[in-house]
Design a protein around this ligand. Structure first.
Ligand code: PLP
Length: 376
């Protein structure tokens, strides 16, 4: 996030309770808080083209749960993407509230192509007759066809929900299909490609506004974090500038450059590459597990996360892959040639996994690269 967003996040709005919504608070003294929250709402509406916006969700997970609580009865059927194949915990995983409170049926990707198979998703929806169908992912390197998801939902009488947590910034930048205006409900975190504070928003058609607002407060939450909402208002203003569009485009260009570099160094990538901001590398041909790769990259000063690959035979704590993304290094100013360099550093570090001296050498190179692209 920018210094301005950080400043708003650390502002005196932290000190104020404001249960309720602008104009209808359970606390006095909220004249300016109301202005701030309304500003965030109006900016989000304009930026995404949303009919109704709630900026109070504490984070992405409570936002998703609030949508379910608003639109379903316990035991109703939810269709979402499985965690093991790219979805989020809140899209119906059995250990999550979503998987416990609702009858969750999961879709994944095709075993051969590793891509979403819309015919299969349609068949699943026709068979299961869900109340809500969730699109969106945590670890899927290609575009989501939100139009197709909405068409499937409409055909089976379900509500369409898109979770654009990862790609909200790309949507604004016009480098990913937008779920607006047709999708019934859209959730997003504000701290990923949107480059805002840790938090979330729910955007929906007017028809669902009342139920969703009630599910957030008083249904699931108490006092909204108005300092975070102030920071969201700042980040949305920044996201409306032409420079932000350029940033989003560069994220995708950088991801492609990093993917190409990894391919050149003999890595196998899930789906063969990327169309968005992230890359899933399948390390099985590299003689290293996801956990080992994460550890040796940490030693080299490169932060990634171990991640399951589709149809992984290994377990989540030591899976076969790693997940990499370019939003942060793009914010630091890196371009395609720098991403090629990062790919080479990743390859060097993994190759040097048992060689402390070589890892130290890579770490020194990483340090120099970081110095050339300071965070602030
Ligand atoms: N939805 C998606 C697609 C995510 O990737 C994430 C987090 O990674 C979330 C929701 C949850 O967000 P939070 O971690 O803020 O609860």
């Amino acid at each position: 996030m920018s210094k301005s967003v950080l400043e708003a996040l650390g502002s005196i709005f932290t000190n104020k309770y404001a249960e309720g919504y602008p104009g209808k608070r359970y606390y006095g003294g909220n004249k300016y808080t109301d202005q701030v929250e309304n500003l965030a709402i109006e900016r989000a509406k304009q930026l995404f083209g949303a009919e109704h916006v709630n900026v109070q969700p504490y984070s992405g997970s409570p936002a998703n749960i609030a949508v379910y609580v608003a639109l379903m009865k316990f035991g109703d059927t939810l269709v979402g993407m499985s965690l093991a194949q790219g979805g989020h915990l809140t899209h119906g995983h059995p250990v999550n509230f979503s998987g416990k409170a609702y009858r969750c049926v999961q879709y994944g990707v095709d075993k051969e192509t590793q891509l979403l198979d819309y015919d299969e998703i349609r068949k699943l929806a026709e068979k299961e007759k869900p109340k809500v169908i969730v699109s969106g992912a945590t670890a899927y390197p290609r575009e989501f066809d939100f139009k197709e998801f909405h068409a499937i939902a409409q055909d089976v009488g379900a509500i369409s929900m898109a979770d654009i947590a990862h790609i909200a910034g790309l949507v604004i930048g016009g480098v990913h299909q937008s779920p607006f205006p047709f999708t019934d409900v859209v959730t997003t975190t504000t701290h990923k490609t949107l480059r805002g504070p840790r938090g979330a928003m729910i955007m929906c058609k007017q028809a669902y506004a009342e139920a969703i607002d009630k599910a957030i407060f008083p249904g699931l939450q108490g006092g909204p974090h108005e300092n975070r909402i102030a920071a969201t208002a700042v980040c949305l203003k920044e996201a409306a500038q032409p420079e932000f569009k350029a940033y989003a485009k560069q994220i995708v260009k950088n991801a492609k450059a990093l993917a190409d570099s990894l391919l050149d160094h003999g890595f196998t990538l899930v789906t063969g590459g990327t169309d968005n901001h992230l890359i899933l590398a399948d390390l099985r041909n590299k003689g290293v597990t996801g956990k080992e790769a994460e550890t040796c990259l940490d030693q080299a000063g490169i932060t990634v996360n171990k991640n399951m690959i589709p149809y992984d035979s290994r377990k989540p704590f030591d899976p076969s892959g790693i997940r990499l993304g370019t939003p942060a290094i793009t914010t630091r100013g890196m371009k395609e040639s720098d991403c090629k360099h990062v790919g080479q550093l990743i390859a060097d570090a993994i190759e040097a996994k048992n060689n402390a001296a070589r890892l130290r050498k890579v770490r020194q190179e990483v340090k120099e690269l970081c110095k050339a692209f300071p965070v602030y």
